[in-house]
Design a protein around this ligand. Structure first.
Ligand SMILES: [Zn+2]
Length: 294
């Protein structure tokens, strides 16, 4: 339920200006949304400062691009509000899920895997030579069969891991421990999240971090995005989303799914006819090297 404000939009905008939380747009004032602020504060995130509530300059109507709440000035108070977009999940009962009910692959198990394995590291470097150093930063570990084990973090907490099976005779390429909702693999940019790249797998997400150091990458581990993943994406409040799957039609389908729940930011597609972000990175490295050597 949206938070009521006991003041009209004119007073609210003036207050936000005084707090430095107001930006002038062409026809609107962009200010902090009281509802979004309250939602973040309730979760202990005190630093939420995104200016997603856009108030018409006639100070009669406003709409939040993040939560969809509409505030309207009515006789000096702002007690009319509706939500114009639906939530992907019930946010009142929303919880980040962790590995569960897996008799062997537990969260604690991750820390028993080794921090270095020569065969495992050579495998990573054979994908992209930059991974030879990067795996440490990604906190990738190795099981007793030399398989890289990639940890998934949400809000800096380990919630999941995935094992890449490097034995070429294995039919299975990945082992995914049991979890109730498919967790996205997120690699955050160091600055506040503004641009998010959506991709298919963990190695695509790693490649995207190298390609676009200012962006956050977000792998959906498949060719669809789930509502659980959209809910997590929405809490990141990006300004821009780029979808980079190996086929343009898959990216377009994901865009349709996201647009139902996120209507406040630009969503673009990186067109592709079979090339995934990791292949794109490899091609770029070769081209850059050729360029340097010519
Ligand atoms: Zn809002």
């Amino acid at each position: 339920m949206a938070q009521p404000i006991n003041m009209d939009l004119e007073t609210y905008v003036e207050k936000m200006k005084g707090l430095g939380l107001c930006k002038e747009k062409k026809n609107d004032w962009a200010v902090l949304c009281p509802n979004c602020y309250e939602e973040h504060r309730a979760k202990g995130e005190m630093n939420y400062r995104s200016l997603k509530l856009w108030v018409d300059k006639d100070l009669k109507y406003s709409h939040c691009f993040r939560c969809g709440t509409v505030y309207i000035s009515d006789d000096g108070s702002l007690d009319t509000r509706v939500r114009s977009i639906e939530d992907p999940v019930d946010f009142n009962n929303f919880k980040v899920v962790k590995i569960e009910n897996d008799p062997y692959f537990t969260i604690d198990r991750f820390y028993t895997f080794s921090e270095y394995d020569e065969i495992g590291v050579n495998y990573l470097a054979s994908r992209v030579y930059l991974y030879r150093e990067m795996y440490k930063y990604l906190k990738i570990r190795f099981d007793s069969d030399h398989n890289p084990v990639t940890p998934f973090f949400i809000n800096d907490e380990l919630v999941y891991y995935q094992i890449r099976i490097i034995d070429k005779s294995s039919d299975k390429k990945y082992h995914n421990p049991i979890i109730s909702h498919k967790t996205p693999y997120i690699l955050k940019s160091s600055n506040p999240i503004t641009h998010v790249y959506i991709c298919e797998g963990t190695f695509d997400a790693i490649a995207l971090r190298l390609l676009y150091p200012d962006a956050t990458s977000f792998a959906v581990l498949g060719s669809d995005i789930t509502t659980y993943q959209i809910a997590i994406l929405r809490t990141m409040v990006p300004d821009k989303i780029t979808i980079f799957m190996d086929k343009t039609e898959i990216s377009l389908r994901i865009k349709d799914s996201i647009q139902k729940y996120i209507n406040y930011c630009e969503i673009e597609i990186h067109k592709s006819n079979g090339q995934d972000p990791e292949e794109y990175l490899k091609e770029k490295i070769v081209n850059d090297m050729l360029f340097e050597n010519l």
